[in-house]
Ligand binder design. Sequence first.
Ligand SMILES: Cc1ncc(COP(=O)(O)O)c(C=O)c1O
Length: 426
Amino acid sequence: MLSREFKDGLAFAQEMDQQDVLRPIRDRFYQIPGEMYMDGNSLGLCSKDAEESLISMLEIWKNEGIKLWNHPKHFRYTDVIAKLTAPLLNADPLEIVTVGSTTSNIHQCLATFYHPTEKKYKILVDDLNFPSDRYAVDSMVMLKGLKVEDAVKVVCSRDGRTLSEDDIIEAMTDDVALVHLPSVLYRSSQLVDMEKVSKAARERGIIIGWDLCHSVGSVPHDFKAIEPDYAVWCTYKYLSAGPGAVAGMYINKKYFSTRPGLAGWWGNKDETQFQLSHTFEHQQDATGWQVGSPHFFSMAPLAGSLKIYEEVGMEKIRAKSLHITAYLMYLIDTRLSQYGYSVGNPREDDRRGGHVSLEHDDAYRICIALKNNRIIPDFREPNVIRLAPVALYNSYEEVYQLVNVLEKIAANKEYENFSSARALVV
Ligand SMILES: Cc1ncc(COP(=O)(O)O)c(C=O)c1O
């Protein structure tokens, strides 16, 4: 394990960079000239690997036109991605499909797994998840002719930052049909104990699904132990597949013979898909849950990016991520607490994801001041500056410089030069 005996000062940060086994990988990502990027938890940086993979897909289209479908590798291109994604989840590649967006995949999973009965009809959610998940849950409940107030049960956070696994389990009453939760909370970076919560759901005959947007590519998962029923994730954050890139979905193999809730021709069995029959016979693996044609031009950069993951492995990524974020927290504690900054994420390694949730009463204006200093963070209401030193491409020296700038902004009250009126995208 990497030493947690941190010191202040540039020389220490540079020494850490010299010892960093992932240091050479940084050069495969395009850094934005003159900028320090701390926002890989929102939109990952572009790698040369992703770029080459996208360009080579363009060449295939240019040179082969529709003939590209005749190649089995392209006809089932999602399998290429699934094979590369499987080690990140410790899942069978057949349980993974690369398709849609996180939100459309939630709709697909709810349409497949949510079958309310008179006695068992509630969906259990939390009050800290990303709103899109809640919109999907509410709309599915309404589609079933139920009232949101009645059929959506919300577990509330006790501190506004984190969820208690015991509270979630206690809320799994007999009337709950399905639980939908985040693995890592987008604001506070809490890593929820998925194994404990999933086991409790299974024991009670409740379907459980996870939103992995903030953990995939940053935290290793063991789906053989967690055994969720379904999971969804995006690929544009830590996985660096590009803005709006195609998302991922996991369907536990025990459901392969279950009819997908939302059917489409690309989910039909390979052997009969092009017979174009009006009777849907779904492919008996996760690809049966596809609806329309695959998104080649965002799968291609994802394939490039995932090859980096294959080369490096999640173990080294998680080790550096925990270490570099611990270093950031050390600097916050020792240098910044006097200016009203505090760490809002859990401190324990097994309870935190890949970003640091830095809280400050003037967080919004501090984010603008950071951008003015050419550092890219992001802001989340009401008082959180999310900072993600990403294992694959951020350096310890950047973290050190980031803290210097955070200190300067607070000490000189630089943020007072900016308005707190919210911009369209924050
Ligand atoms: C936790 C979580 N769920 C869902 C989404 C929405 O993802 P998409 O735009 O792929 O539907 C996001 C987007 O940031 C997210 O952070």
